[in-house]
Design a protein around this ligand. Structure first.
Ligand SMILES: [Zn+2]
Ligand SMILES: [Zn+2]
Length: 287
């Protein structure tokens, strides 16, 4: 099968492109998202939340190419057999591409690795999520924004999950750029319109040394069920995921944005919805 733009062999099927034309197509799509939604200002430095996986590595590489002023920030949750491996890839990538890398660990910050925390029977993804978001926000403060590797698959899953759970506030998180609220650092998602398959193909074609494995804990999650359902639906109805996101953005335009009430944690001073933030509540429960 041939590329739809030249006589080279196609390496990607929908759209049908050779290596060069696929890379051009993908980079153009990401740069257009950055421009259309004004994800970066020329003066600011962007923190990229990195895991060593394909998505965040692609964001890191493309923001470095587009914007130059980037710092990589990684959280070592202490997931043995997973994060220790992906961090090795990330260190290599950053030194090769001349990018500053900062790593913060659960163990150093909270006294326990995620593996150790889970011996106390909490749901892995919610514990991990609370602490990851906490550290990202804390250490990204002072920079312009936090860029994450969320792709079209992640975001369309999140929209469906939040609809099913009635999490109205969280619907505002599934956007290319979150709104400025209090002391929270704004999030940007340059891969918002790129499918998981496209990001994987891009990472492979660019020869990024990244892990394609998923976190060892993901098997238990509700997200996994939603992901399978959406993938099946996409097979029968091509364009479903993109359509969900487009309609989601259209609907948000018609809804008034109201920031849910928040204050500052009485223990650590980070933003919180209650008197004590979720991270401090969890740490307290370990003692
Ligand atoms: Zn071509
Ligand atoms: Zn706190």
């Amino acid at each position: 099968m041939k590329c739809s733009k030249c006589s080279e062999k196609a390496v990607f099927l929908v759209p049908k492109f050779c290596k060069k034309h696929f890379i051009d197509y993908f980079e153009k799509k990401v740069f257009e998202t950055i421009k259309k939604f004004s994800l970066v200002n020329p003066k600011e430095k962007i923190v990229v939340a990195c895991s060593g996986g394909k998505d965040s590595t692609a964001v890191l590489y493309l923001l470095k190419k587009f914007h130059k002023k980037v710092v990589a920030l990684a959280i070592d949750e202490g997931i043995f057999g997973y994060r220790n491996k992906t961090l090795i890839d990330l260190k290599k990538f950053c030194s090769k591409n001349n990018i500053e890398l900062r790593i913060y660990s659960f163990e150093k910050e909270f006294g326990k690795t995620l593996d150790e925390m889970l011996k106390q029977k909490q749901h892995p993804c919610s514990v991990c999520g609370i602490f990851r978001r906490y550290l990202m926000n804390k250490y990204a403060r002072g920079f312009g924004k936090i860029a994450t590797g969320h792709n079209m698959d992640d975001e369309s899953q999140a929209v469906l999950m939040n609809l099913m759970k009635g999490n109205v506030d969280l619907l505002w998180h599934s956007v290319p750029m979150t709104k400025k609220v209090g002391n929270f650092v704004q999030r940007i998602k340059p891969l918002y319109f790129c499918s998981e398959k496209e990001v994987a193909a891009y990472a492979l074609l660019k020869g990024f040394e990244v892990s394609f494995n998923e976190c060892l804990y993901i098997k238990d999650s509700f997200r996994n069920q939603v992901r399978d359902a959406l993938n099946n639906y996409e097979l029968e109805n091509s364009g479903t995921k993109l359509n969900i996101l487009k309609k989601h953005l259209l609907m948000l335009e018609k809804i008034k944005f109201e920031t849910s009430f928040f204050q500052y944690c009485s223990v650590c001073d980070e933003p919180a919805k209650e008197d004590i933030c979720k991270a401090c509540q969890l740490i307290k429960s370990f003692k």
